[in-house]
Ligand binder design. Structure first.
Ligand SMILES: [Fe+2]
Ligand SMILES: [Fe+2]
Length: 365
């Protein structure tokens, strides 16, 4: 699929501007129920006042109210309404010169998906005709996003079911998958400037990261669950989970028409490249450096960080600082240095995530 969600939003924005030129910004923030975090996702504006920004919904009572009531909010005079507000997002909106706004909560079957924000350079522009047009567009945007996210959820659900059938009980618990997916998102945000990642791509890295070991469903239990060291032959079979994962995804794309899932190439790269290493010593292809796709490099680091900082049958959990130190010294050649730096920058948040997602055998990532 060639058109990204953000390009679709830009197209809609241009259409709206034909009849309402002062509408300078359309943006979507997504909500994650498990962490209560609201984070920026899509935007179309001449300049972007909010990027890679996140805040707990519980810290924004006005949006919380909208989430509960499902009602839209029109602010006719932003400078007057937000006067005295010290919040970062309010300050940014005012600094960009926006004078009025419309906020619409996006819901999917009563669940909060996020919010859509329309901001205008002129005060009091949201009359009845414009409101009904913008509400219609909101519905369109909401349906496109929820269709995409629902497809990924279905895919993840299918994988979880397959794993249950194969009686898979290794270190890949639901909590591990949640934690590493959140670490991957923070790392992606940190490296996004240098590696040119959009917020949309960052979200898909986050969504697809839990599927990195998809191919393990094809590994026999006697190897997957073996408590002792693997023999040379067993290691070869174990490592084949990467190739098998790629085969499964390709099969799913063909059989179930998953090619329509946006950014499916990110999923493929995550599966194919999460055991590649920066110095070329990884598998299966032995590619090195930035020839390894950035999403693979991010997920590799997130996966190892979680392995080091959690209890495994063969080891106790390491403190985060020790894990990072180990990765930056003894294993520095294995990982993208910018991804390691990203962990250092966001270490506190990662520790918070690890405390939030503790082992739970039932929950799906
Ligand atoms: Fe793996
Ligand atoms: Fe993993």
């Amino acid at each position: 699929m060639s058109v990204t969600l953000n390009e679709r939003l830009e197209l809609i924005h241009r259409q709206i501007q034909q009849s309402c030129e002062s509408l300078g910004r359309v943006a979507v923030a997504l909500y994650d129920e498990k962490t209560d975090l609201l984070h920026t996702f899509l935007y179309s504006s001449c300049n972007n006042p909010l990027k890679n920004y996140q805040i707990a919904l519980s810290n924004v009572p006005s949006l919380q109210t909208l989430a509960l009531s499902g009602e839209q909010r029109v602010i006719r005079d932003l400078p007057e309404t937000l006067a005295g507000s010290t919040s970062h997002h309010s300050q940014q909106i005012l600094q960009e010169g926006y004078r009025s706004s419309l906020t619409i909560p996006l819901k999917l079957q009563d669940k909060l998906l996020g919010f859509l924000f329309y901001d205008s350079y002129e005060p009091d522009i949201f009359g009845d005709t414009l409101l009904s047009t913008l509400t219609l567009y909101a519905q369109l945007i909401s349906e496109t996003i929820s269709h995409d996210l629902a497809s990924i959820k279905t895919l993840r659900g299918a994988v979880v079911t397959a794993r249950e059938f194969s009686r898979l009980r290794d270190e890949e618990t639901a909590a591990h998958l949640s934690r590493m997916a959140h670490y991957a998102r923070l790392i992606a945000i940190e490296v996004s400037e240098v590696y040119d990642l959009t917020e949309e791509e960052i979200e898909y890295i986050h969504q697809f990261a839990p599927l990195h070991d998809l191919g393990k469903v094809a590994i026999p239990d006697n190897i997957l669950l073996k408590s002792g060291a693997l023999s040379v032959d067993e290691k070869v079979i174990m490592r084949s989970h990467v190739i098998r994962g790629v085969e499964i995804v390709d099969l799913m794309i063909d059989e179930f028409d998953l090619g329509t899932i946006r950014h499916i190439d990110i999923l493929r790269n995550i599966i194919a490249g999460h055991h590649e290493r920066f110095d070329g010593s990884g598998y299966p292809a032995g590619v090195h450096g930035t020839t390894i796709p950035v999403e693979s490099r991010i997920v590799a680091v997130a996966d190892v960080l979680d392995a080091l900082t959690t209890k495994r049958p063969y080891k106790e959990p390491w403190p985060f600082v020790d894990a990072l130190k180990h990765m930056r010294t003894a294993e520095a050649h294995l990982y993208d240095p910018l991804c390691l730096q990203a962990i250092a920058t966001r270490l506190d948040e990662m520790e918070q995530i690890s405390r939030r997602f503790v082992e739970d055998p039932v929950e799906v990532a």
